[in-house]
Design a protein around this ligand. Sequence first.
Ligand code: SF4
Length: 304
Amino acid sequence: MKFTSCPEQSSVFLQERSLILSRPCKFAKKSLHFTQLRSGFSHNLNPQISRRFRLRILFNDTVGFSIARTLGYALKLTSLSVLQDQIISCCQCNRLTRWREKVAREKRAAYRDQEYWGRPVPGFGDPRARVLICGLAPAAHGGNRTGRIFTGDRSGDWLYAALFRAGFANQPTSQHRNDGLQLKDCYITSCVRCAPPNNKPTPDERDKCLPYLLKEIAMLQRIRAVVCLGSFAWRVMLRGLRQLKYEVVPTPKFGHGVEAIFGPYYLIGSYHPSQQNTFTGRLTETMLDIVFERAKKMSVSKKT
Ligand code: SF4
């Protein structure tokens, strides 16, 4: 079966497009205020400048500043889109490429009539997010089927319901890429972008995929709180942040609710919302709610 790239169907692209359209007004308002102060101050120094000329400078400053801000934001979105395209077309790991395509060809009986995504799954969410959530990898019949992280499986049901309760999502469910789900102030990603057999990527596969995560972190400049779902994500995040030259000694061990500060980032550990944890009561809804409330609080904390 041949898979073709279709980024225009990805919700993250639709979300980004709507953000591009909605941001300029906000920026224009802010820049107007800023420029009024700036222009008012500097022009006061020269009383010879006519009121009309001052107004013209003010207008040009305001429009110019606003356009610059808007262009800067659009460029940021573009670079995130370019990274997502790179991820979607990646085939660096032979074993994982073969596996994700095999799963997509053979399918689970319940999804026999559906076309699987069968490619690497990029991150999803608000490009201006302050909270980053990191999981292990897409599920074989979840993200690898739907093309969106934590979408179409039981773990996703738990995760998005919690994000909705915390005010990060506009709806409590995540069924498919075009279901209208939008995240606010939150971005979801994973350590490895291809579904691995038995949910176990090899160390080599983990290391090959890590640069994508680090690039994402660099592009999501407002991120402050990072929630790691499971011990694998915790260890990979520590590894990645060390590569970015952030260090904490001694190394904090993973546990539910464990916190650590790495440079500008607050890390919070959480049990993964897998069925293994949610069916057994190891992870309850209340436990997950507390983690996201904590992340929300830390993301706006001034102690960074
Ligand atoms: S796991 Fe990551 S590095 Fe490996 S093929 Fe998938 S996207 Fe590429």
